[in-house]
Design a protein around this ligand. Structure first.
Ligand code: FES
Length: 326
């Protein structure tokens, strides 16, 4: 079958532009096989990364039809099937662009420096400090090792980083790849720095609290690492150890749950006062939200009373049963 490959080409210091390459392919051909043929048969200047051709090295990550994926994992039939009806043209077309959130070096090759630098920020090495050097290696039981299975599957392809909405708006955020690795460290029975790590991952919006919970990282991860789920596990461990005074981010989660348990939904009068004003302890915080409160009162949007939801008991029992299962 004939397929048109529309590839975004870019050279340093020039505007990107699409170039089209028609190719005779089999439905089972991988996108990487197609790119290889385009390079070998039509355009030797086309730049893209590849190595293992077998979903192991993570090199061939790129956006295929607008979604970050591994070119050696996706095949032509899968990609054409996923196209919405409105995009189906006479000549089936597959669009390929470089990963997002990273600067382009050439064509589909991106500069991954920031990606690796951010990984380094979570200290991605098992710490055995303070232990006596063992005569043999540090052993783990099969159960202890199994806790690392899912996060251990990460091949650092960058698909999650490319789709991360938090990184797009907050360059401080380390990214889902780094936090999935952080959870892998915390789950490791050999690590001796868990408390320090959780403190570190809880700072500002560079760690877990920077995640916007859009779930795009889970949706695109080719290895089912589910980075968003790993971030949630880190958050839960932090919340289990810290009280509401620790930081505004932690207070935000705790107050929200407490208020919903009390009234079935959020009592907005208390929410700002408790979270930003830290239960009247933070006068500066209270003053900072006073103008907003006054504007809300003036425009009739400040609730003067609070009616508990009729379903409060059901909501409370749902929250308690989730908390019980954690
Ligand atoms: Fe190694 Fe695709 S070439 S993952």
């Amino acid at each position: 079958m004939q397929v048109l490959f529309k590839i975004l080409r870019q050279k340093p210091n020039s505007a990107p532009q699409f170039q089209s390459y028609p190719l005779e392919v089999q439905p089972g051909n991988t996108i990487l096989e197609c790119l290889n043929r385009i390079k070998w048969e039509q355009d030797g200047g086309l730049a893209f990364r590849k190595n293992c051709r077998n979903t192991i090295c993570g090199s061939c990550s790129m956006r295929i039809n607008g979604r970050s994926a591994l070119a050696c994992k996706q095949n032509v039939a899968q990609e054409l099937e996923m196209l919405p009806q409105s995009h189906q043209q006479d000549l089936p077309t597959i669009t390929i662009t470089p990963l997002g959130n990273l600067p382009v070096i050439k064509d589909l090759v991106v500069d991954m420096s920031r990606f690796w630098d951010n990984l380094e920020k979570v200290d991605p090495y098992v710490s055995t400090q303070g232990r006596k050097i063992p005569e043999k290696e540090f052993l783990q039981t099969p159960q202890e090792r199994s806790r690392l299975d899912q996060t251990g599957n990460c091949i650092m392809c960058g698909a999650c980083y490319s789709e991360c909405n938090a990184i797009t708006v907050n360059p401080e955020f380390v990214g889902p790849h780094a936090l999935a690795k952080a959870q892998r460290m915390v789950a490791d029975s050999r690590d001796t720095e868990i408390e320090t790590r959780l403190d570190h991952y809880s700072q500002g919006t560079q760690g877990v609290w920077g995640c916007t919970r859009c779930y795009f990282c889970n949706a695109v991860c080719p290895m089912e690492v589910a980075p968003m789920d790993q971030i949630s596990r880190l958050k839960q461990q932090i919340l289990d150890r810290k009280d509401a005074q620790s930081s505004r981010a932690i207070r935000h989660r705790k107050v929200l749950i407490d208020l919903v348990k009390q009234g079935g939904w959020i009592d907005e009068r208390k929410f700002g006062v408790f979270v930003v004003g830290n239960y009247f302890r933070d006068l500066q915080g209270l003053l900072s939200i006073a103008p907003l409160g006054l504007r809300m009162i003036a425009s009739g949007k400040f609730p003067l009373s609070f009616e508990a939801s009729q379903g409060t008991a059901v909501v409370r029992s749902l929250i308690e049963s989730v908390q019980h299962d954690e």
